[in-house]
Design a protein around this ligand. Structure first.
Ligand SMILES: Nc1ncnc2c1ncn2[C@@H]1O[C@H](COP(=O)(O)OP(=O)(O)OP(=O)(O)O)[C@@H](O)[C@H]1O
Length: 354
């Protein structure tokens, strides 16, 4: 549905300063009906990337295609028309305070020259879809944040878009309201097969409703994939920084100080084994002990859930010969279990800390 090819964006120099590179080498495909989350720290380029999809930002180089149409090749009038198939919602809702809920939702249709009767036919069902029928004649100032965002969503859907862009749409909301708005977006995605691209600095948002994710760092995509895979096996340090706090992959501080990052004499390797899906309950520890004559001291373990699928982590200190430990790691990998050496146990550390 959306294809970004070799996108570069550099903002021109202002006031004697240097040009600001914002995006570099972006290649991204978003499938029809997908909820695609883009995460990154402040300044990573998320807004620029999102606004490139509807060409609110013109890329310095590269091509943008939406539903088979190359937006970057369209003349201005055709681009304006093509933009109607791309709705957008914002962190601060961007509603017109002098217009009622109904009139805010009707605005894009008025601008497109749709007749009054047809506008009514379109707006009333949208208000019902977002649960605001009873607020139809209220003004934005009379609404809660969550209700305002519902108006924003209804307005973004007024032209029957194929794509919805969400610019930090829940960042100004409390956690409970955030959950309700995410539920609404997931519901709309299912019911209307709407493709949704959302940018956020809150990874929990993507964990909740995303299908795939891209991680942006310094204007580049450093990691992308299915949400479950990226959450279960984050590779890039930036991704880990986002993922670890919400899926409890990290070691508690009380255990972290027992780890040496480099091998030391008599320091046993410490392995993090990750289990996903059905394998979460595999009796892997006893099997490895028997097969390779290893002692596996369990340091830490937990089972989490990512979008309804179990995901477990076990951190063990492996005591045995190097050959046996390497063979055990190979066997885990062959069986598609995640395994990594996260450090080396400082001798006596368990006893000392116990
Ligand atoms: N209009 C502009 N002119 C010049 N530089 C800009 C402009 N907009 C953004 N930038 C710069 O481009 C880079 C990426 O900004 P962008 O707003 O896309 O990041 P972001 O990840 O959305 O950040 P945040 O989460 O803080 O909104 C930053 O260095 C920013 O300062």
């Amino acid at each position: 549905m959306i294809k970004l090819q070799s996108i570069e964006k550099t903002y021109p120099a202002r006031g004697g300063g240097a040009p600001v590179p914002a995006l570099s080498g972006i290649d991204l495909t978003v499938g029809r009906g997908e909820i695609f989350g883009i995460i990154g720290r402040s300044g990573a380029g998320k807004s620029t990337l999102l606004r490139t999809i509807n060409l609110l930002e013109t890329p310095t180089a590269g091509r943008v295609l939406v539903d088979g149409v190359e937006l970057t090749a369209l003349p201005a009038a055709e681009l304006r028309a093509a933009r109607r198939s791309i709705g957008m919602i914002f962190q601060h809702f961007n509603l017109l305070s002098s217009r009622t809920v109904y009139d805010n939702v009707a605005l894009p249709l008025e601008l497109a020259g749709v007749r009054k009767a047809a506008i009514r036919q379109a707006v009333d069902p949208l208000l019902e879809l977002v649960g605001l029928t009873d607020k139809r004649d209220r003004y934005p100032a009379e609404l809660s944040g969550g209700q305002k965002q519902r108006v924003g969503i209804a307005r973004a859907l007024a032209n029957g878009p194929k794509v919805l862009l969400s610019d930090e749409a829940t960042s100004a909301l409390d956690p409970e309201t955030t959950g309700q708005i995410l539920e609404l977006l997931a519901d709309i995605n299912r019911r209307l097969s709407l493709t949704i691209v959302l940018i956020t600095h809150e990874i929990a948002v993507i964990k909740e409703i995303g299908h795939r994710i891209a991680v942006l760092d310094g204007g580049r995509i450093v990691e992308k994939g299915a949400v479950f895979d990226v959450f279960a096996h984050p590779v890039h340090a930036t991704t880990r920084g986002f993922v670890d706090p919400v899926v409890n992959r990290g070691l508690p501080d009380s255990l972290r100080h027992r780890l040496s990052p480099v091998p030391a004499p008599d320091a046993n390797p410490v392995l993090r084994i990750t289990f996903t899906g059905d394998r979460a309950t595999s009796p892997v520890i006893s099997m490895l002990s028997r097969k390779f004559n290893l002692d596996l001291n369990i340091w830490h373990g937990q089972v989490d859930e990512i979008q309804g699928s179990p995901f477990g982590t076990l951190v063990v200190e492996a005591v045995g010969t190097t050959t046996a430990i390497e063979a055990a790691i190979s066997l885990l990998r062959v069986n598609n279990l995640g395994v990594e050496v996260i450090g080396h146990a400082l001798p006596g550390s368990l006893r000392a800390a116990g």
